[in-house]
Design a protein around this ligand. Structure first.
Ligand SMILES: Nc1ncnc2c1ncn2[C@@H]1O[C@H](COP(=O)(O)OP(=O)(O)OP(=O)(O)O)[C@@H](O)[C@H]1O
Ligand SMILES: [Mg+2]
Ligand SMILES: [Zn+2]
Length: 407
């Protein structure tokens, strides 16, 4: 089926999101103000190649340079099918060397075969070697007429400043939940796929705003679900635990029930979920908890307001970070993961009032108020005033002093 290919937009109108890019490019076409080089940066699957091809049609359509290419003329059709001799797509990852770029420089010296402009789309341009970039730079400094470069990248930081300063740059954004779900709904209708509303939400979350990922997931789930997509099928395929599990989990933490907490994890593992699945769900749940407690958002964790302090929340995230490290680095991830989970169960004891966590090393520290009290006691005992007593005490207790507040 390959739905992502089938549903690649062929006109600017069909592009989802990226309004800022589409509008600027259409204006450029309308006013015939064409740059020699563009950079399209952004995460995978958000429309960089798609828009590059539509722009190439706008430059070359037989109608004339146009913000609305016809899609029907020979040139538009050739570009759509990838058969145009004048619109050349190069994969920067497999053509990274100087020789390939030299070849390209030779090629762009010739006039376009049929079209108005030669359009050179270099994908993953950040993969080019330094020498290749330098060779490219020479072309960008004295650009041949009738050539437009479009560089696409998921990692703009790896592109040399010298190149960046010679291109017009567009930062593509992840697609919003509502726009992406609209698109998925449209595809479901066209393909007569039955899909639950909740399932689309789950797909959006997994795809992290990438349209290609979302459509591929839809396709995968459709095949797996034998024509129907419901949220339970999706959970099975992609290892997503129910929210309810994590709501229970934070209730157990609030009530200090370590054995229930462990049982919850083990039940999930027994059902075939991995530690990674569990951790991923936990991070998402902790984020909702944080939003309920620190930002007053109404969500399934709102009833836990008052049970966790701000410091508790910070410490929960610290433990989640340690869990991730355990998962990535340990030879014995499971027992160590369980140990971290137990720390969550005792979070109230770990972060009593007056303690805080040092951001750099995760050690517990005492805040100024508590330290002063301890200092008074110390002075009383020793009967002397010692300005360094706090420092000494910190050393003795092996604590780290918090200088600019806890974080
Ligand atoms: N903005 C969008 N609107 C509609 N569909 C899109 C959009 N972005 C991506 N798609 C869908 O995803 C597929 C891949 O998109 P595209 O090739 O443009 O992504 P890309 O940004 O170039 O990704 P990569 O960095 O992986 O090359 C398209 O065929 C289309 O189905
Ligand atoms: Mg691409
Ligand atoms: Zn056309």
């Amino acid at each position: 089926m390959n739905l992502p290919v089938k549903y690649r937009p062929k006109t600017f109108r069909d592009v989802v999101g990226q309004e800022h890019v589409v509008k600027t490019l259409q204006n450029a076409l309308r006013h015939k103000k064409i740059s020699n080089a563009y950079l399209f940066s952004g995460q995978r699957g958000v429309g960089k190649t798609t828009i590059a091809r539509i722009f190439a049609k706008g430059l070359n359509c037989e109608k004339g340079i146009t913000p609305e290419p016809c899609g029907k003329c020979e040139i538009c059709l050739e570009i759509d099918s990838g058969n145009s001799l004048d619109v050349i797509e190069i994969d920067g990852a497999s053509n990274r060397g100087i020789d390939q770029i030299r070849e390209l420089r030779e090629n762009v010296r010739f006039m376009p075969v049929k079209a108005r402009y030669k359009v050179i789309i270099i994908d993953e341009v950040h993969m080019l070697t330094n020498e290749a970039f330098n060779a490219l730079l020479k072309t960008l400094e004295e650009p041949p007429e009738n050539v437009v470069f479009i560089f696409a990248t998921t990692e703009p930081r790896k592109i040399p400043e010298t190149v960046l300063s010679r291109v017009q740059r567009f930062d593509f954004r992840p697609i919003s939940e509502s726009a992406l779900i609209n698109r998925l709904n449209f595809i479901c209708k066209e393909e007569r796929i039955q899909c639950e509303k909740d399932a689309l939400k789950i797909i959006y979350e997994i795809s992290e705003g990438s349209v290609r990922d979302a459509i591929s997931l839809l396709e995968q789930a459709y095949i797996y679900g034998d024509g129907k997509i419901d949220s339970s099928t999706l959970r099975e395929v992609f290892g997503i635990l129910e929210d309810e599990i994590f709501i229970n989990l934070f209730e157990y933490i609030a009530e200090e029930k370590p054995s229930d907490l462990l049982k919850l994890l083990r039940d999930a593992l027994n059902q075939g979920y991995s530690l990674f699945d569990f951790h991923k769900g936990l991070v998402k749940a902790a984020t909702s908890l944080m939003e309920a407690i620190l930002m007053g958002e109404e969500n399934p964790y709102s009833h836990l307001k008052g049970k966790f302090s701000e410091i508790d929340i910070l410490y929960i995230f610290k433990i989640l970070k340690d869990m991730e490290q355990t998962l990535r680095l340990s030879n014995y991830p499971r027992p160590l993961f369980e140990y971290e989970l137990l720390k969550l169960a005792f979070i109230k004891r770990i972060t009593p009032h007056g303690f805080s966590i040092n951001n750099d090393n995760g050690h517990l520290s005492k805040n100024n108020q508590s330290l002063e009290k301890i200092e008074d006691k110390e002075l009383h005992k020793k009967g002397e005033k010692n300005s360094t007593s706090i420092n000494k005490l910190i050393k003795e207790l092996n604590l780290k002093e918090v200088k600019d507040g806890p974080f």
